[in-house]
Design a protein around this ligand. Sequence first.
Ligand code: ADP
Ligand code: MG
Length: 354
Amino acid sequence: MKADTGFQQMFPDNAVSLASRFLTPSLFRRLSKLKTATGFTLDQAIRSGRENPDSDIGIYAGDPESYTLFQDIFDPVIRACHRISGPICHVSELRPLDLDGPDPEGRYILSTRIRIARNLSGYAFTPNLTPGIRQVAEQRIKQAVAALPDPFKGAYHAMGGLSPEEISARASAGTAFLPGDRFQAGAGITRGFPASRGVFASHDKNFVWINEEDQLRIICLEKNGSLSLVFNRLILALELLGRSLSFAWDPCKGYLNACPTNIGTAMRAGVHIRLPGLERQPDRLNELASSHGLQIRGTRGEKTAVSGAVFDISNRFRLGIGETRLIQDLHSGITAIIAAEKQLAVSGPGSPEP
Ligand code: ADP
Ligand code: MG
């Protein structure tokens, strides 16, 4: 497949991404002739995947229309990353939960974080934003968050004009975010950083990141394992924001965002959890996580290392399963992982794998 002239220019031979797997030469030739109304092309969509052969996905959307105009490449990628075999079908169920914390003694879970991604309807996505439109989006979102009632009252911290040192210091305090990685840079998402970026931080540990990978990342955080509390707060934040903002949405694909892994519910719910025993048994930890539909990331986010045995464990799939069910699955997965960690502590570090 990659030997075809033209196609070879698009993906290097060592590319491993889903896009490089599904983009046939004839599909490439056909889709290359198209352009969305905001001027986004297939060449732009796969630029990051081409520059970074180790990309997992290798394709980004530049606007909602990308998902329909380039559907023949996006759909197989979406099916593979959300493990969907039949029709692509968005499910949403935002029902408040009352689950017991999976770590009642607070011995393992350091924090619980749930975020959802959203983009304003009628706008291009971050890989395809002009500086002017990025600024308009920032202003609209800033006004909407400033009008939120309690418990979401807070302050907006603009990042434009800050030095890298100031950004790094504020990121530790939660009032800024770091520039994106090389995958986001290749997609054009980090262009002009940090202009028109910012963080709205409420007094109650809720955040809205503006113009990071998506125009909005709505984040609820607690320094414990109260999954229900964090989820119920997120439901409320979403409902309130939905009164003043409308988001890019499709009946089958759900909420549309820059990366096809982040469509549907666009929710990633996870915990930072310390697992010194299971760190020594990575196969067992991976098996426990994947059998519960969970993924493991490093301590400082996607594609970072694990430090101090602190893992970020969260739902792998975001489309085709409702939000409430995703939280219940996370709860049972984390409960099973904690049980395995406790068992290792009893049997001791030198004991063989069961
Ligand atoms: P996403 O894009 O899904 O929001 P990333 O992997 O890019 O997630 O991480 C974004 C930031 O959120 C990183 O700084 C990461 O350390 C932080 N983070 C992720 N999960 C948690 C958690 N459970 N508690 C505290 N911080 C977290
Ligand atoms: Mg991220």
